[in-house]
Design a protein around this ligand. Structure first.
Ligand SMILES: Cc1cc2nc3c(=O)[nH]c(=O)nc-3n(C[C@H](O)[C@H](O)[C@H](O)COP(=O)(O)OP(=O)(O)OC[C@H]3O[C@@H](n4cnc5c(N)ncnc54)[C@H](O)[C@@H]3O)c2cc1C
Length: 292
């Protein structure tokens, strides 16, 4: 089945967009995890229409109920990869979904792992995109920094280029769903906490907090869950700093891909996310209706 639109993120931006697309009769799927920034807000007093303070959790639950009541399909899952062919492919550990349009509403970008020189070597052995850079590491020794399904997915992507792949969990236990636990055995796994990366011009060594080190040619970062920056890199979407660049209609530079809410930077508030979600919804309706 091909959805008209898949919305990644079920915070205020994603749900607000869904209210518009579903009421315009677009086949709408929302995929998100239960970790919206709003979940941490215990007292909201500045959102229109509530004379008494409400919790973020209350707003989230009501929003989801409203969207589902109107006919949106909501799936709780982590998106670990996006691909573009004839349609957009949105991949979760459980299954893949296809759509004509895509809205990225994934909230604030994930925090980076605190590892010395990770930023300094970006583009010099440190990459956030296997699709973009895997090719440069043909036959070399590469590491994937991460401990969840996303990391194993990225390691599997790198197998097209090299067999020497280690997953560095940075002191975390692997947290994998069954499908990825079955795939992880193909890779070396190193669970020691990482201290720093070293090298002259390019990364050459990865040091651990216990003082040991390993030689390495490249490190792919797939820490925690994939975020807006990771999706942007895969699809060629322009980002500025860590925010997705959109125009006034919430369009990105990639046709059919829209973004809304905290992932676009700016004034990170519920009202902004809801407003951008509404604009994105309207733009998506126009876009899908314009397709042959
Ligand atoms: C403690 C706190 C208090 C706040 N108080 C206020 C306040 O009083 N008033 C106010 O206006 N704003 C407040 N905010 C800000 C507000 O919560 C955010 O601006 C708003 O939630 C942004 O909405 P969003 O939809 O862009 O992102 P979010 O609400 O963060 O939602 C992001 C969604 O994307 C999903 N997602 C991310 N990555 C993936 C992935 N790989 N796969 C699947 N799903 C994914 C998440 O699971 C989540 O569902 C507060 C924020 C915090 C943290």
């Amino acid at each position: 089945m091909i959805y008209d639109v898949i919305i990644i993120g079920k915070g205020p931006a994603g749900i607000s967009a869904a209210l518009y697309t579903v009421r315009a009769n677009l086949n709408t799927l929302v995929i998100g995890m239960d970790d919206s920034a709003l979940k941490r807000a215990s007292r909201i007093e500045n959102y229109y229409g509530f004379s008494k303070a409400v919790t973020g959790d209350f707003l989230l639950k009501e929003g989801e109920k409203q969207a589902e009541g109107l006919g949106a399909e909501i799936v709780v899952a982590e998106v670990i990869a996006l691909e573009k062919g004839d349609f957009f492919e949105v991949i979760t550990p459980q299954r893949a979904y296809s759509s004509k349009a895509l809205l990225i509403a994934t909230g604030q970008p994930q925090k980076k792992a605190r590892i010395e020189n990770l930023d300094a070597f970006e583009g010099k052995g440190v990459s956030y995109c296997t699709t973009c850079d895997g090719f440069f590491y043909k036959g070399l020794k590469v590491g994937v920094l991460g401990y969840k399904d996303y990391a194993v997915h990225e390691a599997a992507e790198l197998e097209a280029f090299t067999r020497d792949i280690t997953i560095y969990t940075n002191g975390m236990e692997l947290q994998l769903t069954e499908k990825f636990a079955e795939e992880a055995y193909r890779f070396k796994v190193n669970t020691r906490p990482v201290q720093k990366l070293e090298g002259s011009e390019y990364v050459e060594k990865i040091y651990f907090k216990d003082g040991s080190f390993e030689d390495i040619d490249g490190v792919f970062v797939a820490y925690e869950s994939a975020g807006s920056g990771d999706f942007a890199r895969k699809l060629g979407i322009i980002i500025e700093g860590s925010s997705i660049v959109v125009d006034k209609q919430q369009k990105t530079n990639v046709e059919g891909v829209f973004a809304a809410g905290d992932c676009t930077g700016g004034f990170k508030q519920i009202a902004t996310a809801v407003g951008q979600g509404a604009l994105a919804g309207r733009s998506i309706i126009e876009y899908v209706r314009s397709l042959p």
